[in-house]
Design a protein around this ligand. Structure first.
Ligand code: K1U
Ligand code: ZN
Length: 177
């Protein structure tokens, strides 16, 4: 099931998310829906708060060529970040059509629990490293625009408020038809 993606500004996107406890059928369904929602968007990552669930769950697939490589990360934690910094253009499914160059550690080692309850660890580089840091930021209520200056951030926020008003107007007009 494809779930609606929240658009900034929304209080659920600013909240520090709660850890996942038990891995049950509801969590497996949420992870499955999030992957479907991410591929449909299309995107390379998605965090649970973006679909309104303020729990520490992320899905990702940054594989460019070849077979899909879906990852489900429960309670992900950055264990090590490289001193080397890289700059990557970032977008966000909760901030459509806005992009900015953001500096982050070039490589990060992340630990998490998978859907089978097993502990996993992997060192990410390139787009994978950018994406996993962007997604963990979502779990801490941080958006990529929070790395920008106040003027740029305010300009993007105003555009998103306008987009949300337009979408609400379109939805009301469709109901009236
Ligand atoms: O968390 C999100 O909003 C998803 C976001 C992740 C991300 C992308 C790029 C850099 C940092 C984080 C996206 O997936 S935006 C869409 C996107 O970048 C993309 C879409 C289709 C193909 C390739 C990339
Ligand atoms: Zn995002």
């Amino acid at each position: 099931m494809i779930r609606p993606i929240l658009i900034h500004p929304d209080p659920r996107l600013k909240k520090r998310c709660d850890p996942v406890g038990e891995i049950d059928d509801d969590l497996r369904k949420l992870a499955h829906d999030m992957l479907e929602t991410m591929y449909a968007a299309p995107g390379v990552g998605l965090a649970a708060p973006q679909v309104g669930v303020t729990r520490r769950l992320v899905v990702m697939d940054c594989a460019k060529d070849g077979p899909a490589e879906p990852l489900v990360l429960i309670n992900p934690q950055i264990l090590h970040a490289s001193e080397r910094i890289s700059t990557h253009e970032e977008g966000c499914l909760s901030i459509p059509e806005q992009y900015a160059e953001i500096e982050r550690p070039a490589e990060v080692t992340v630990g998490w629990t998978d859907l089978d309850g097993a502990s996993r660890e992997r060192t990410f580089a390139g787009l994978w490293a950018t994406c996993v840091q962007h997604e963990i930021d979502h779990l801490n209520g941080r958006l990529f625009i929070d790395y920008l200056g106040p003027l740029k951030r305010q300009m993007i926020t105003r555009k998103m408020e306008k987009l949300k008003r337009e979408r609400a107007r379109t939805a009301r007009a469709e109901v009236a038809l």
